[in-house]
Design a protein around this ligand. Structure first.
Ligand SMILES: [Zn+2]
Length: 736
């Protein structure tokens, strides 16, 4: 039997395999062959395991041969025969983890620990499952594994990987060294070292050579490096490493899938489809692969608007409606940032707008952070459409503005900027663009401030990647944004730009703060906190009192007890004026004012709400009607126009704003708004088309006016006002 195995291979392997097979190979023998790149021998070894008498060994054999279903069945049999065995459960769990079933994998690791509470490999399994979801427990599980078995190489490798995700390079190095000290085959630890070198723009070659000596076809190392490059937003380089991974090992489907996904992130379509289809056909069907293929299929439903600097991809059902608004904000962001950051982008920016949040979510699969609204990959932005969220849930223009800052900053720093700084700057830019655009301080943030939970600036990245309490990602966005506000207010806007350039030189956060702000990171934390507390400390202090007050206000409101609402309302509001979210004081007070028929007071409080960044389209609509009633059509139009940047999905909004602007001789504005009505395919097509024709005619665009009035008459031939307008247009043409 062994003779058939003789092939050109390292002497070591020959010796090993013959020795191993002579006395029945063990799973570890086969894993070692594979780890050393002796593939045919490893295959033969796994094949021999499938002939074993016990189900567990057969399971390892089938797993090694990629017969996953068979392996799964054998593990089930093995576990049924040996209920107390922890190892079988851990290994079965690892198979399921590899085959995209983290839920059952986690349960098996737990069961293993029920049987053997000190089982270090079970903790490694739990760490791997948690790491997939950027769960903070991952680090605790890995630490527990190391504590239970300090000689467990993989535990140190997992810890090194987690530390590098957290940008804790020193710890990552320490753990990688520990693994290498324990085993000359700690290839993943070597890959971590190579990744650390690359992230610091040092040559990784020495580590790659070491890996090559052990296993010349170890694609996983390149895949791991690719992951960390992508994780640090260095997409092009990440793609190059994934390519190296599959060049060495064409059947490394996880790397091929990542290659496809990251090419999509760079705006490509054809090659990603090809790579992902190969994975799918080979049975590699994890959520990311399947959902990305589905997303590629849905691209046929998108309309692309292209010019020299922008590529805008909108869903065909809303493309005509959204196009003018998105284009305007996009162009305005480019012009603003070119001036502000003193640079131009090398190529066009691509913005993809997804009405289906699930499609957008595919873009962020495997990325850390909150259920984001937008995400930037180099020069490609993917974001939710306003239609994909509850009205008022988010401010799409602010989101686009935020993402556009990333595009510039990633370009300016060649993708070398810590997460906290690029996020902080982007948040800062939202309110720089317009005070009403950015998010206001939320109750979660006030609680975090009161509980002294803000992170030191040097550790702030961790708050984005691996939050250790539920609201920490949002708190970290806020903190990073306010840090940038603080730097601008104290040192001026150019200081922020200096820091961008310093980060481009790959300095650490403490180094950049020392150089550009002239103080240690610890000193900066102190001074920033003082500044922040001067600003929001009072509100934070008021928080409990406010919470009690707002509950009471809601109660009064429910009981239609408007006198009490009006008596208490302003006091509650002033405890925490930034609270513009659900069930806010502004809304209760306005309702009470209206119940008392005091339109003026209602308009005044809703104006405060609007100026504070309130973004509930219903409340803003209400304010606009009050302004109209009070004879303030200009204010009414300005209020309605704000809704365009929050939730432009209402036909009535566009019609009202068109009418107001036409009456105010803002013809271009009226054209845009009536155009939006037409784009929404209204039931009364004739009158929509007629209004648009009127606006064009008023603006002196006769051809457009004629086209639209004819469209109105096509929909309703007897429509008198349209007939009249057509005659008018024809007369004016004769007269010109
Ligand atoms: Zn961001």
């Amino acid at each position: 039997m062994t003779t058939r195995l003789v092939r050109p291979a390292a002497a070591f392997a020959l010796f090993f395999i013959s020795a191993a097979l002579a006395s029945a190979a063990t799973p570890d023998d086969c894993h070692t062959l594979r780890k050393h790149g002796h593939r045919p021998e490893a295959q033969a070894c796994y094949q021999s395991l499938t002939q074993a008498r016990d189900a567990y060994t057969r399971a390892e054999g089938d797993w090694g041969l990629a017969n996953y279903d068979q392996a799964n069945n054998e593990f089930r049999a093995a576990v049924a025969q040996a209920d107390r065995n922890a190892l079988y459960r851990v290994r079965w769990g690892r198979l399921l983890h590899e085959r995209f079933n983290n839920k059952d994998a986690d349960a098996l690791f737990q069961e293993a620990l029920d049987r053997d509470p000190n089982n270090a490999p079970a903790y490694v399994g739990m760490a791997l499952v948690s790491a997939d979801g950027f769960d903070e427990k991952a680090v605790a599980w890995a630490a527990r594994a190391i504590q239970l078995d300090p000689k467990l190489v993989e535990a140190h490798e997992v810890m090194a990987n987690l530390a590098l995700e957290d940008s804790d390079t020193k710890k990552a190095e320490r753990e990688a060294d520990a693994a290498i000290g324990l085993s000359p085959d700690a290839l993943d630890a070597m890959a971590i070292h190579a990744a650390i070198a690359l992230l610091a723009d040092q040559p990784p070659q020495a580590w790659l050579d070491k890996i090559h000596q052990v296993n010349p076809t170890y694609g996983e190392a390149y895949s791991l490096i690719g992951f960390h490059l992508v994780f640090n937003r260095r997409y092009d380089e990440g793609v190059a490493y994934y390519r190296k991974a599959i060049a060495l090992d064409p059947e490394l489907w996880s790397a091929r899938s990542e290659l496809g996904i990251n090419l999509m992130r760079l705006g490509q379509v054809d090659e990603p489809r090809q790579q992902l289809e190969m994975c799918y056909s080979a049975g590699y069907r994890d959520a990311a692969t399947v959902n990305s293929l589905r997303l590629l299929d849905s691209y046929k439903n998108f309309v692309v608007f292209k010019d020299d600097t922008t590529i805008l991809k909108l869903h065909k059902n809303e493309a005509d409606l959204l196009h003018p608004y998105f284009e305007q904000v996009l162009k305005s962001a480019i012009a603003t940032y070119e001036k502000k950051y003193k640079m131009k982008l090398p190529g066009p920016v691509q913005v993809e707008v997804y009405p289906d949040h699930e499609d957008f979510a595919v873009r962020t699969l495997g990325m850390p952070g909150l259920g984001a609204l937008g995400v930037t990959f180099g020069e490609v932005i993917a974001m939710d459409s306003p239609s994909g969220r509850k009205p008022g849930d988010f401010h799409w223009a602010g989101t686009l503005w935020h993402e556009m800052s990333h595009v510039f900053i990633l370009t300016a720093t060649n993708h070398r900027v810590p997460r906290w700084f690029t996020e902080g700057l982007a948040v800062h830019e939202e309110t720089e663009a317009n005070f009403e655009w950015g998010d206001r301080i939320t109750p979660d943030i006030l609680v975090a401030i009161n509980e002294r939970k803000l992170l030191p600036v040097a550790d702030l990245d961790r708050g984005f990647v691996r939050p250790d309490y539920p609201g920490q990602v949002i708190v970290s966005y806020f903190q990073a944004g306010r840090i940038c506000d603080y730097i601008q207010s104290r040192w001026g806007a150019d200081k922020l730009l200096d820091m961008v350039h310093s980060f481009a030189q790959i300095r650490t956060t403490p180094d950049v703060i020392q150089q550009d702000l002239g103080m240690s990171a610890e000193e900066f934390d102190k001074q920033f906190m003082k500044w922040l507390m001067d600003d929001v400390g009072k509100t934070a202090e008021n928080f409990d009192q406010w919470r009690h007050g707002i509950e009471q206000l809601a109660q009064f409101d429910q009981e239609n007890n408007y006198d009490e609402v009006l008596k208490e309302g302003d006091g509650v509001r002033s405890l925490y004026p930034e609270y513009i979210y659900e069930a806010n004081a502004y809304q209760f007070i306005a309702e009470a004012d209206l119940a008392k028929h005091d339109k003026k007071a209602a308009a005044a409080i809703l104006t405060d709400y609007e100026k504070m960044g309130g973004r509930n389209p219903g409340l803003l609509q209400q304010l606009a009607s009050l302004e109209k009633d009070l004879g303030e059509p200009k204010e009414a139009a300005a209020t309605l126009d704000r809704i365009n940047y929050i939730y432009p999905m209402s036909e009535d909004l566009h019609r009202q704003l068109g009418d107001l602007w036409l009456a105010q001789n803002n013809y271009q504005g009226a054209i845009r708004e009536y155009g939006a009505v037409v784009a929404m395919h209204p039931l009364d097509k004739a009158s929509a088309q007629f209004s648009l024709a009127q606006a064009y005619y008023a603006n002196g665009e006769r051809d457009q006016a004629e086209t639209n009035v004819l469209a109105a008459l096509e929909a309703a031939p007897d429509f008198r006002p349209a007939q009249k307008l057509l005659l008018q247009i024809e007369d004016s043409e004769k007269g010109k």
